[in-house]
Design a binder for this molecule. Structure first.
Ligand SMILES: *[C@@H]1O[C@H](CO)[C@@H](O)[C@H](O)[C@H]1NC(C)=O
Ligand SMILES: *[C@@H]1O[C@H](CO)[C@@H](O)[C@H](O)[C@H]1NC(C)=O
Ligand SMILES: *[C@@H]1O[C@H](CO)[C@@H](O)[C@H](O)[C@H]1NC(C)=O
Ligand SMILES: *[C@@H]1O[C@H](CO)[C@@H](O)[C@H](O)[C@H]1NC(C)=O
Ligand SMILES: *[C@@H]1O[C@H](CO)[C@@H](O)[C@H](O)[C@H]1NC(C)=O
Ligand SMILES: *[C@@H]1O[C@H](CO)[C@@H](O)[C@H](O)[C@H]1NC(C)=O
Ligand SMILES: *[C@@H]1O[C@H](CO)[C@@H](O)[C@H](O)[C@H]1NC(C)=O
Ligand SMILES: *[C@@H]1O[C@H](CO)[C@@H](O)[C@H](O)[C@H]1NC(C)=O
Ligand SMILES: *[C@@H]1O[C@H](CO)[C@@H](O)[C@H](O)[C@H]1NC(C)=O
Length: 377
């Protein structure tokens, strides 16, 4: 009598399992691919993998690439050990010189490290002539203390780069201490990435700006979206504001540092810093999550089941590092009309280190193809 019962159990388990693995709509493929009705399986877009296309197709990173000056020293440093710590940058290709790449990131002044981010954070520009993964070298301070959390994007309707950040001008104290004060999101614009207009304050007591222009070839509008912490989305008729709150998605789980984008099919996505391990008193390993929607006004689906990435990074030298913190995700996309993510940029901190840096990890074969087309490999 035992045997048929067992068979029955196995058969019903199989029935339960099979529909879970397949897909019936593109939503089952995280909107990062399409659900093939013949195969009942997801066909993932370039840059994504896994049964539900929720995982970034990360390739090994190169040591000493990105922007890592945690070993820097300076005459104005208040302490040793954290170097020129950076946090949360984005890559921008130079508008005129296609082989020049800029990294606009937060950098803590006076060697104060990530712990002293408020008020020591500045916004700097670094340059790479060796490709989009760097290594980048410090070029210029764009905004002094205290300015933080920059996101830089190109606005086709304005023909200008827009830099959204938080902060205000503050005289720094003479030791590495942290301070608490409110966050204000401001915006500046530039045509050459070097000279920026004065910042204009837009939203008080809100942080983690993540802009995306609503512009398209069919609708060359100047309207902007501005996502912020908790994945709330504001909109404005142009980047100068005023910004009005439109979307307050429920079920954003424990997330911050949203990065917002629209894909080639017009779907909307957030990559976020997922804070789920906070419940365990930890900052990882489950740090990269994804949310998606057919319309930016929602409904949004927050994927709290599978991760887009975690704190483990493989390197081309065969080694790997498990990071203490890996936050502030940003994606750089292919310029071939496919909008394939080809680099993931994060602020990272290693275990037992006070310094932090900007890690750039290639995604899929598209990264190398892009570098080859530019003549770097
Ligand atoms: C970053 O720099 C530190 C030295 O300050 C070094 O220990 C670490 O391996 C570097 N990380 C990478 C990914 O190059
Ligand atoms: C920091 O590390 C880089 C890469 O190994 C090295 O080129 C540089 O000389 C180091 N700087 C200091 C101040 O040790
Ligand atoms: C560290 O940052 C300062 C600007 O605050 C810059 O002058 C210096 O060149 C940087 N050092 C390195 C090694 O990047
Ligand atoms: C918050 O920031 C704004 C603008 O940056 C400033 O005017 C205001 O005084 C600040 N509020 C507090 C309570 O610090
Ligand atoms: C921002 O926060 C400060 C300090 O808590 C408060 O005084 C101010 O009214 C807030 N501003 C807005 C627009 O909510
Ligand atoms: C931006 O839009 C606002 C609201 O419609 C308008 O008042 C303002 O003049 C516009 N700014 C620019 C620079 O066009
Ligand atoms: C994931 O989201 C669902 C739907 O909101 C919720 O019921 C569930 O508790 C969440 N799971 C976790 C682990 O947060
Ligand atoms: C991190 O992700 C990689 C790739 O999916 C996986 O092989 C590894 O087991 C994960 N590590 C942790 C700690 O979850
Ligand atoms: C960090 O330091 C603690 C105590 O000094 C040690 O127990 C732990 O193994 C270290 N972690 C890593 C990843 O090196």
């Amino acid at each position: 009598m035992l045997r048929p019962t067992l068979l029955l159990l196995l058969a019903s388990l199989a029935l339960l399992i099979i529909p879970c693995q397949g897909c019936s709509t593109d939503e089952d493929c995280s909107l990062n691919g399409i659900c093939s009705q013949t195969k009942q399986a997801c066909i993932c877009d370039r840059g994504w993998r896994a049964d539900d296309c929720s995982e970034l197709d990360l390739y090994p990173a190169t040591r000493w690439s990105g922007y890592n000056y945690t070993n820097a020293t300076g005459p104005d440093f208040y302490k040793e050990g954290a170097g020129n710590s950076s946090w949360g940058g984005h890559i921008v290709q130079d508008p005129l010189d296609k082989k020049l790449f800029h990294l606009i990131t937060s950098q803590m002044a006076h060697g104060c490290g990530l712990a002293g981010w408020r008020p020591f954070s500045t916004i700097i520009r670094a340059e790479s002539r060796t490709g989009p993964t760097g290594p980048y070298k410090f070029a210029q301070t764009l905004f002094g203390t205290f300015h933080h959390n920059p996101t830089t994007i190109y606005s086709p309707a304005d023909g200008r780069y827009l830099l959204y950040c938080i902060g205000r001008d503050i005289e720094t104290p003479s030791t590495c201490t942290s301070q608490k004060f409110n966050n204000t999101i401001s915006v500046s614009s530039s045509t050459d990435l070097k000279r920026w207009e004065p910042l204009e304050a837009q939203l008080e007591n809100v942080t983690n700006p993540a802009p995306w222009p609503l512009w398209s070839r069919q609708d060359p509008t100047r309207a902007m979206l501005l996502a912020v912490e908790k994945n709330n989305i504001y909109t404005a008729q142009n980047f100068s504001g005023p910004y009005g709150l439109v979307v307050e998605p429920h079920n954003t789980d424990r997330s911050e540092d949203p990065f917002l984008w629209q894909d080639k099919r017009g779907n909307w996505h957030f990559l976020v810093h997922y804070l789920i391990d906070i419940d365990l008193g930890l900052k990882g390993p489950r740090v990269g999550a994804h949310a998606y929607a057919k319309d930016w006004q929602g409904p949004w689906t927050f994927n709290n089941k599978t991760l887009s990435y975690n704190t483990t990074v493989e390197f081309t030298d065969g080694t790997s590092t498990v990071y203490y913190r890996r936050e502030r995700p940003k994606l750089y996309f292919s310029d071939d009309g496919d909008m394939a993510p080809i680099y993931l940029i994060n602020g990272v901190q290693e275990f037992n280190q006070s310094g932090s840096y900007t890690l750039i990890q290639p995604i899929g074969p598209g990264a190398r193809e892009y570098e080859a087309r530019l003549g770097f490999v």
